[in-house]
Design a protein around this ligand. Structure first.
Ligand SMILES: Nc1ncnc2c1ncn2[C@@H]1O[C@H](COP(=O)(O)OP(=O)(O)OP(=O)(O)O)[C@@H](O)[C@H]1O
Length: 632
């Protein structure tokens, strides 16, 4: 008893983290989710968390607060938090906090701040982030912040992530020169030229503002240019006036006939400068306009030049076959009357309010992609409430149909070499997307077997990729496969490893021939019945039972199949921190051989180099170790 009292006295001592946290909690409202903040239990047992929302450092100090999705209101007492000496990361995202931004400058060693999706308002002090040299991530999106973008953000030399979209920030964007920084300023009231340090950012990150200059396609009306043009016009008029005077002098010496001729010449001279100048201006305009690459035909915009253009009317007249009605809308195969190759038209109704210009930019960018494992975009059509994407037709339909639908009793299923070729091609296509779209957290976002199409030689072609910037958030959450991942289901986050999870499920589907049934359900998925089943079979050491009976292998191929199975399971790792990133997954799959190899394959983390997570640091909140594996 005495010992217990001593212990309690110790943990309740004034300078302990416990007292500070309990005091901090008392300034919050609706704290039901924090019911286990018990003053008699230490928040951290070394790096193990005992209290909800606490992230513990290796030394048992409180490293982070992650109080997200808890319906919290009240005051965020930064004075008391500043006394937690180990605190480096705070998240109050997805709550109902209101009023001014908490004064984060009180914790100068902070590395990340997440305040998104609350009701914070008012301006953020210009010097709020001054001297916070360890700051890497600032997320304040979807609040009601107003005033200028604080200039002190530009001085954070290792800042990599700045999310300020969906607020009421106004004025010019200050210049950011950090090398690896990704920003999002969309849907504010910002104006003026996008500063030069941000010209390589995604143009969508500036949508919904009144900004101009690269990377957005709106050209800035330069007052300088206007001035130069004015001067040029005055100069031309001056020259013409002089010419006119000279002509008058000549006229006196020449016959009336000649005079008439000269008058005609002068008329031409007079017209030409203006004609040339307006033509040049138009050309300049066109060149700077990204959409110029898009060849117009009716109101279908072609992104490829190797195809005979057609119009919307031609599509309406074409013989059409419904291929299916996916989650976005219907998909048709159309054979045009001119005898051209068949195309596929997919109707999208659930796009976000993406503006025409942004839609053009995104589609034009996708249209420039060229990889043997990507289904090429041919053209698109934009209407406010409906968009069409037109692609090539894939001769052999989808992988899903070969695995689950087209399987007649006497028809052989896809053999092992074909399945391996397909999965290798899929990962190559994904690697290309990751390379081309480094600013997207979901370069694919909707990877599943019906979006893996097969050409006449059974080479895979990825379809429905990179749609997340244009699809409505609500619809994406309901239907896109990335949003069935454990990290989204339990932590409302997708990361650039979420496509790896989808790849893992696809691998298990290819090897087992079983359909991941949770994809059929609307809403959140979280677990895959397929992944759970594979895990249980493997645990019981019935691994041989896992493989699709219709998958004919070559001699000695079972060892490689097993390796792929383990790769699939590693990709399905729930803990994002421990899950491979795309580069590692691609490399492991590339190493697989069609026939059996010798090397033994052990576990996801056996090979330090190949298996370590890229760029993970303790402060990387999105991959925080506080993400407890919720798997039963
Ligand atoms: N370019 C194409 N060539 C051949 N078949 C295609 C093509 N595009 C889609 N399909 C097939 O048409 C069917 C309907 O496709 P659709 O994309 O509408 O739905 P889905 O892939 O099942 O679902 P989602 O809309 O979620 O992607 C699917 O079986 C798909 O594999």
């Amino acid at each position: 008893m005495l010992h217990m009292l001593q212990t309690c006295k110790h943990v309740l001592s004034d300078d302990s983290d416990i007292t500070k946290l309990i005091t901090f909690k008392s300034s919050l409202n609706n704290t039901e989710a924090l019911a286990n903040w018990d003053p008699n239990v230490a928040p951290c047992n070394m790096d193990k968390e005992n209290w909800t929302g606490i992230i513990c450092g290796k030394d048992g100090s409180v490293f982070g607060l992650r109080l997200e999705n808890m319906g919290l209101t009240g005051t965020i007492d930064m004075d008391i938090l500043s006394k937690l000496s180990g605190l480096r990361t705070i998240s109050f995202a997805n709550n109902s906090f209101a009023g001014l931004i908490p004064d984060v400058s009180k914790i100068s060693l902070l590395r990340s701040v997440y305040l998104s999706n609350n009701n914070f308002s008012g301006a953020i002090r210009d010097d709020m982030f001054s001297g916070m040299s360890g700051m890497r991530r600032v997320e304040v999106q979807n609040n009601k912040f107003s005033g200028r973008v604080p200039a002190s953000l530009t001085g954070l030399s290792i800042l990599v992530d700045l999310q300020m979209q969906d607020n009421e920030f106004e004025g010019k964007i200050p210049n950011f020169e950090q090398k690896d920084l990704k920003v999002n300023f969309a849907n504010n009231r910002l104006s003026g030229r996008v500063p030069s340090g941000l010209r390589n950012q995604d143009p969508n990150s500036f949508a919904g503002n009144n900004v101009c200059g690269p990377p957005v396609t709106t050209k800035c009306k330069s007052s300088n240019n206007k001035h130069t043009r004015k001067t040029l016009i005055i100069a031309i008029i001056g020259v013409l006036a002089i010419l006119f005077i000279i002509l008058l002098i000549f006229r006196k010496r020449k016959t009336p006939k000649n005079a008439y001729k000269n008058h005609q010449t002068m008329k031409l001279d007079r017209n030409n400068p203006y004609k040339t100048s307006s033509k040049e201006l138009k050309k300049e305009n066109d060149e700077e306009n990204d959409a110029k690459r898009v060849e117009k035909s009716g109101n279908i915009e072609f992104v490829r030049s190797d195809i005979e253009v057609f119009e919307l009317q031609d599509l309406l007249r074409a013989s059409a076959e419904v291929l299916g009605g996916g989650s976005f809308g219907s998909t048709y195969k159309a054979v045009l009357l001119g005898g051209q190759a068949a195309v596929v038209v997919k109707r999208f109704r659930e796009m976000n309010n993406v503006r025409k210009e942004e839609f053009y930019v995104h589609m034009t960018r996708l249209g420039r992609f060229s990889h043997p494992n990507l289904l090429p975009l041919v053209a698109f059509h934009y209407k406010k409430d409906e968009k069409l994407l037109i692609t090539d037709f894939a001769e052999n339909g989808s992988l899903a149909s070969h695995l689950h639908v087209n399987r007649k009793p006497n028809e052989p299923g896809l053999d092992w070499p074909t399945r391996l070729k397909i999965i290798k091609g899929v990962t190559q296509g994904l690697a290309y997307l990751y390379n081309e779209l480094p600013h997207l957290s979901l370069p694919h976002g909707h990877l599943k077997s019906s979006n893996v199409l097969l050409d006449n030689a059974f080479n895979p072609l990825l379809a429905d990729y990179a749609l997340s910037p244009v699809v409505s958030k609500r619809h994406a959450q309901e239907c896109m496969v990335a949003y069935k991942s454990p990290e989204y289901t339990y932590h409302n986050r997708t990361t650039n490893k979420t496509d790896v999870w989808c790849l893992g499920i696809l691998i298990l589907e290819i090897l087992t021939g079983k359909f991941p049934a949770n994809y059929l359900k609307q809403g959140k998925g979280g677990s895959s019945d397929l992944e759970t089943w594979v895990n249980s079979v493997v645990r019981e050491e019935w691994t041989g039972e896992v493989f699709d009976k219709d998958m004919k292998g070559t001699k000695n191929s079972e060892g490689e199949m097993l390796k792929l199975l383990k790769i699939g399971m590693c990709c399905c790792e729930w803990d994002v921190d421990r899950r491979w990133d795309m580069t590692v997954a691609v490399r492991r799959i590339e190493e697989l051989m069609e026939r059996g190899g010798d090397d033994e394959y052990s576990s996801c983390t056996s090979d330090g180099d190949a298996y370590s997570s890229k760029g993970m640091t303790d402060d990387d909140f999105s991959f925080s170790k506080s993400v407890v594996d919720p798997k039963p």
